[in-house]
Design a protein. Structure first.
Length: 88
């Protein structure tokens, strides 16, 4: 079976981690398949979504209740941004 052939997984490991050696596979039980399935790698066969939020204070523009020189209207603008990476 092609899915059990160690040479296939050796080639996949060489593509995923250029310069990988047999000594690195020893820490995964000596199996190229275990190394390929267990070792973290950047996947390029799916989708990555990155979300980040920022908060900033807006201007009060004279709205709100003012007592003793204090302005209790302090708007906060929260922005959520998404970046999507799609690999086909």
């Amino acid at each position: 079976h092609l899915g059990q052939d160690p040479e296939v997984f050796k080639l996949l490991c060489a593509i995923a981690w250029p310069g990988c050696r047999r000594s690195e596979a020893q820490s995964y039980g000596g199996s190229w398949r275990n190394m390929y399935c267990s070792r973290p790698r950047l996947r390029t066969d799916g989708i990555y979504v990155v979300k980040w939020s920022t908060a900033r204070f807006g201007t009060d523009e004279g709205h709100g209740t003012k007592e003793a020189g204090k302005n209790y209207y302090k708007p906060v603008i929260i922005s959520c941004m998404y970046r999507v990476f799609l690999f086909l």
